[in-house]
Design a protein around this ligand. Sequence first.
Ligand code: FE2
Length: 451
Amino acid sequence: MSEQPVPAWMAGHLAPVPDEISAVDLRVTGALPAELTGRYLRNGPNPRPGETSPHWFTGHGMLHGLRLRGGRAEWYRNRWVRTRVFTEDAPFIREDLTFDRAAVPANTHVVPHAGKILALVEIGFPYEVTPELDTVGPCDFGGRLTGAMTAHPKEDPVTGELLFFGYGFAPPYLTYHRLSSTGELVESREIEVPGPTMMHDFAITARHVVWMDLPVVFDGDLVMNGAGIPYRWDDGYGARLGVMPRSGGPVRWFEVDPCYVFHVGNAYEDEEGRIVLDGARYDADSFQGIWGDIGRTTEHDTAHAASVHWKSVMHRWTLDPATGKAVEEQLDDRNVEFPTHDDTRTGHGHRYLYTVADEAIVKYDLRTGASRALELGDGDAPGEAVFVPAADRGAEDEGWLLSIVSDRSGGGSELLVLNAADLSHQATVHLPRRVPAGFHGSWIPDGEVSP
Ligand SMILES: [Fe+2]
């Protein structure tokens, strides 16, 4: 019997864990700030023992949670999201060829909104979970959501609305949605785009939504070939960013050099009315390189034991309505991913962005153009760094960064708490088990959801 190669997403710091555990009174080095009272939740794919997912992005969602209170780390627990795929092995495409939007892995992000906690994946409905990580069930907002919901909705810090979208490989290719601050789906609007692309993220400003219509397209042949995610780079598709009033209305498209952006840092409108968008940009080669490492793309591409290394670089696009032109500027030459910012500035001008490199946490000061990095130990892979503002802050970067750091060789994990201002060490929470490097998470202060 020939030995199957171990795919990159089943090995080392990405390898799944076999079970669910709970632990209390975690060991802390340094001093956890007492005002960090709440929960840090993080999502990621975690196939069950004996399973190998066909793509890193398709494994069952597993939430990892830490409860911090008054300077203590009270508990850690991890739980699979009980989706219809997890509990019943329900197929996403039913026999009548309709989609079961609850038969999805819910593995990409976890966000609070209007008193609920939602686990998200971009091909289906969100799943509501409790603050203790038990699954409540799929959420279609009282039957009003009939398609997919992105894993990257944007909560407006002023209005409290949650803006989001869904994309699909069959029409409508793109649909814009608006949830009220109380969690009611008040608007769903089809947006015209040239074709079915993989649209992982988008951006908002105070008055606009920014669409990223980029050349990673749906390819039906890849479905027939058993690819985990049937999308591929297409040199012929072109690339454009679209600016649309948040209330709907025509989209104004700006041509840009072909690229792919999984993740936006933030966007805003400057004093001249230009739209400024920061994101982690892949060129054609870097996209195709990482896309090959994290999934099977054709039946001839067997999964292999490559490591996954970030290959995107932070860029800024400035879209000028007066000229109709986009100006693109590279902010740095370091390979980074998972840009984050102070969420109270979403859609508004930000000075700082935070990103992660393979073994470093990197902070950008967009006012001065400077960046600084905290280099971690050899083999220490940081997850997305979530910014938590200090209660009585003066400066935008007064607060902390939370990042789960996982050992590349499959050793232990810890929650690293840094002072965001200078990336100095504040505290380390030693986790009772290895946490596979995953995707996105949120800090949920007490009071934001009912305990
Ligand atoms: Fe993402």
